[in-house]
Design a binder for this molecule. Structure first.
Ligand code: HEC
Length: 207
């Protein structure tokens, strides 16, 4: 073999080893995970999200929420996520199988959102927080996503969906702030974030 082919075989082998270790082995270990069926109750976990919640994954991705929020609860011995009440148990690979895009994330400028649907299960709260986080927490550093909402003139009766904004955040008299379809999808997604269900490999702690 001349020296050039040794070089090519060397490069090919390094990529092959990398591919086996990073793609093939993990695919064999966790690539074909199925939902967990609880034999006693018949419940299936993780539950199937609604169509609106699945659409919301794209809105979450498009708005860069992942730059500031993780969706991964570390095991008790590896961090304080459970002590901070971000989840009752650690997250495992099976928790993500229903999602078309996953957002484990790397930065925690804001709290972990793995179970945010449990902490805030009220759509109105989620909408108001997205519209302007400072209308809820004056100290919040989270950007406002008010472009996902429209301010429109009230015709007849005020909409059921209108945000309950007060003081400096309130729209002018006779106007209301309502969510766009994207905001509705995003909030359906946030409300669906609940991984406090038991799995074989990650049971819930006894209370
Ligand atoms: C620049 C960083 C940043 C970005 C981008 C960001 N957030 Fe936040 N988020 C924060 C911070 C900081 C907090 C804590 C303060 C607060 O509650 O407003 C927070 C809090 C939250 C909370 C309340 C969580 C809790 O447990 O109190 C939710 C829900 C949330 N963000 C959703 C989102 C969504 C959805 C997006 C994308 C549309 C997003 N965030 C984008 C920084 C960010």
């Amino acid at each position: 073999m001349n020296r050039l082919s040794v070089l090519f075989v060397g490069i090919f082998t390094s990529f092959l080893i990398g591919w086996i270790a990073m793609v093939r082995v993990p695919l064999g270990q966790i690539g074909r995970l199925q939902p967990d069926v609880n034999e006693e109750t018949g419940d299936i976990f993780p539950p199937t999200p609604s169509g609106l919640a699945i659409a919301g994954e794209k809105v979450y991705a498009a708005n860069g929420c992942v730059y500031c929020h993780t969706q991964i609860v570390r095991p008790e011995e590896e961090g304080s996520d459970i002590a901070r009440k971000w989840g009752d148990r650690r997250t495992v690979a099976r928790d993500y199988i229903r999602q078309t895009i996953t957002f484990p994330g790397t930065q925690r400028i804001g709290p972990d959102l793995t179970n945010v649907g449990v902490r805030y299960n009220d759509a109105k709260w989620q909408h108001q927080h997205l519209y302007n986080p400072r209308s809820i927490n004056a100290w919040s550093r989270m950007p406002s996503f008010d472009y996902l909402y429209v301010t429109r003139k009230i015709v007849g009766q005020k909409s059921d969906e209108a945000l309950d904004l007060k003081g400096e955040f309130a729209p002018p008299a006779g106007y209301e702030v309502v969510p766009t379809t994207e905001a509705r999808e995003l909030v359906a997604y946030l409300l669906s974030l609940n991984r406090n269900y038991p799995l074989k490999e990650a049971p819930l702690p006894e209370k």
